[in-house]
Design a protein around this ligand. Structure first.
Ligand code: AGP
Length: 589
């Protein structure tokens, strides 16, 4: 959580940081702040709330060549200006922005008796620790290195000091990427590439326990040993426009509609690569799909797809629970982690637990260069482009496409899988018309006043019922719950009253008669039945047509629910891009 950016160069540093923060705001948005570096002091400005329409021209602070900024998702301490970053040392000359959690901050604070702390954050310990070492006579780089090597927990940190013509960045467990600018000795450093995508696509990813000094040159070193590390820049082929809203009112609807081609992009994996992962899966025993939240629903769908298409049993665990299964792991186990960001702390921890048992790991990830892409033994890129809305949409269907293709590859039917998914992609493209979206908006108008709704599915569409519930909950704040159709009669059906909306996800497969019977049961109790199905049925009070695409039904069935969730959010006055209490990359446990 939290977004960090730093800039050093000849351009307007304040403007670059403010613009960068706007593009990082999806990572956290309860407060923000900026520090500019002058010769004798560091100037700091902080504000509670979203950065929104705030422009650099409104900032009446002096600025030089260097500035850092932060957008916060609170962990330690309330949402106040004092707790917003950057945090500064007693003399106001050192400023730090941080993403992560410093686990030993209380012990360190107790040591720093002669320092004055003004916030409740764990972060504030960092500028004071650095200041302590500077007081002892160490230079800024050495002082920062010493301070950081005392920290326990996860961090991405950028530090600056008055009079020092450079930035220091470091990471352990939280992402940090360096951008090499066009101008001479121009550098960007940020939590994520879109923060500087308008300026450069030449990047260097920092690894855990690395520190980078950005001044005349960039120098990467190991935080503990100080040993120099050489790393060549990579060129990222993301298009800056992909990370902009363009004419759309929100990223969410832009990204939903981008699903016109995300499935066909996702399956553009080389046969060789897919077959190698398929071989790893076929050679494995007792393997696990592991992921969180929406990616977790894709992972759960993976178990159904593998069982159905490849006749192979794969286990599933949400990442945070995975460490409880480690006694089942052997060196024959394969772990498939699914993640949009590639930075989710729970998933990274699950990977650590698996690696300790000799388990091989395959990642299905959207963000190139993310920690999962670097730590997994192999990875398949989802290729959905930057996903900015907190609610995952296009990355989800891209992940589903890859997992479906893998199942076909394991069954030795790769070409059949490709054809199925190409066909699904073309059909998605055809249905995503203005009229289709307007029809779903009309439905949202009808049900927007309800405080609860239910979603049911069976087989491949049970995980999608769970995912549909997440989409509705996170953006519209309606209490939504997903169930396996067969489970309703075991309890939840008691919640149905006259008019309660119930979305029924139907696939044209063997589950169809039973899920329609479940819909009839709900209707008999007064439920308002919204059918997402290839064919209309008399039980539906409202029908949302979807193409009949066989085993790709989870992909096409979730899209209309994403559109519904979006319109419910907008009609209820919620900002779908930045739901309350949430952040895009969940980099804390
Ligand atoms: C998606 O709509 C959610 N905001 C969330 O559940 C997300 O899927 C989860 O945090 C996992 O993130 P990841 O895909 O980046 O690992």
């Amino acid at each position: 959580m939290c977004g960090i950016i730093g800039y050093r160069g000849d351009k307007d540093s304040k403007r670059i940081v403010i613009e960068g923060l706007k593009s990082l705001e999806y990572r956290g948005y309860d407060s923000w702040g900026i520090a500019t570096v002058l010769n004798d002091r560091v100037a700091v400005f902080k504000k509670v709330g979203k950065i929104g329409g705030f422009s650099a021209d409104q900032l009446k602070m002096e600025a030089g060549r260097i500035a850092i900024g932060h957008t916060r998702w609170a962990t330690h301490g309330n949402v106040t200006e004092a707790n917003a970053h950057p945090h500064v040392s007693c003399d106001g000359k050192i400023a730090v922005v941080h993403n992560g959690i410093i686990e030993n901050y209380q012990e360190l604070k107790a040591e720093l008796k002669d320092h004055k702390f003004v916030s409740q954050t764990d972060t504030e310990i960092i500028p004071h620790l650095i200041e302590g070492y500077v007081r002892e006579g160490y230079g800024f780089v050495e002082a920062t290195k010493r301070a950081l090597s005392r920290l326990e927990g996860r961090f991405a940190v950028v530090a600056v000091m008055a009079g020092y013509d450079g930035l220091i960045g470091a990471r352990r467990g939280s992402p940090l990427v360096l951008g090499l600018g066009g101008g001479e000795r121009e550098y960007f450093i940020a939590s994520d590439i879109p923060a500087f995508l308008n300026h450069t696509r030449n990047v260097v990813f920092l690894e855990d326990n690395e520190l980078v000094v950005l001044n005349k040159d960039y120098r990467i070193m190991n935080i503990k040993t100080g040993e120099d590390i050489k790393r060549e820049p990579q060129h990222i082929d993301w298009d800056a426009a992909q990370a902009e809203k363009g004419d759309y009112p929100h990223f969410m609807i832009k990204e939903v509609l981008e699903q016109r081609d995300t499935v066909s992009r996702a399956i553009k994996q080389s046969d060789g690569e897919i077959m190698e992962v398929a071989k790893m899966l076929n050679d494995s025993f007792g393997s696990f799909f592991v992921a969180c939240g929406t990616a977790g629903k894709v992972a759960l769908a993976g178990t159904y797809l593998f069982s159905r298409i490849a006749n192979k049993h794969v286990n599933f665990s949400v990442s945070s629970e995975f460490p409880n299964y480690t006694h089942f792991l052997t060196d024959k186990t394969l772990m498939i982690v699914v993640s949009q960001s590639g930075e989710t702390a729970d998933t990274l921890e699950a990977m650590d637990a698996a690696r300790a048992k000799g388990v091989k790991i395959v990642g299905v990830v959207n963000v190139m260069g993310s920690t999962i892409t670097r730590q997994a033994d192999r990875f398949l890129l989802v290729k959905a482009g930057p996903e900015k809305c907190v609610a995952s949409t296009k990355a989800t269907t891209g992940q589903l496409a890859i997992v479906t293709l893998l199942a076909y590859a394991c069954a030795g039917r790769l070409e059949e899988g490709r054809e199925l998914l190409e066909d699904a992609s073309a059909k998605i493209n055809a249905i995503l018309t203005e009229e289709y979206v307007a029809n779903i908006r009309a439905l949202a108008e009808k049900i927007k006043g309800w405080e609860s709704m239910y979603i049911i599915g069976r087989g491949l569409n049970y995980p999608m019922a769970l995912e549909a519930a997440i989409k509705v909950q996170e953006v519209s704040y309606i209490h939504a719950e997903g169930f396996a159709g067969g489970e309703l009669k075991h309890g939840p059906i008691a919640l149905i009253s006259n008019g309660t909306p119930c979305i029924v996800l139907v696939a044209n497969d063997e589950t169809k008669p039973d899920i329609l019977s479940n819909a009839v049961e709900v209707k008999a109790r007064g439920g308002f039945i919204i059918g997402v199905a290839p064919k209309n049925n008399e039980v539906f009070d409202f029908w949302i047509p979807v193409p009949d695409v066989g085993n790709a039904s989870p992909i096409v069935n979730i899209i209309p629910v994403q559109i519904l969730a979006y319109h419910l959010a907008v009609l209820r006055g919620c900002n779908p891009d930045m739901p309350r209490n949430l952040a895009k990359s969940v980099t804390v446990k």
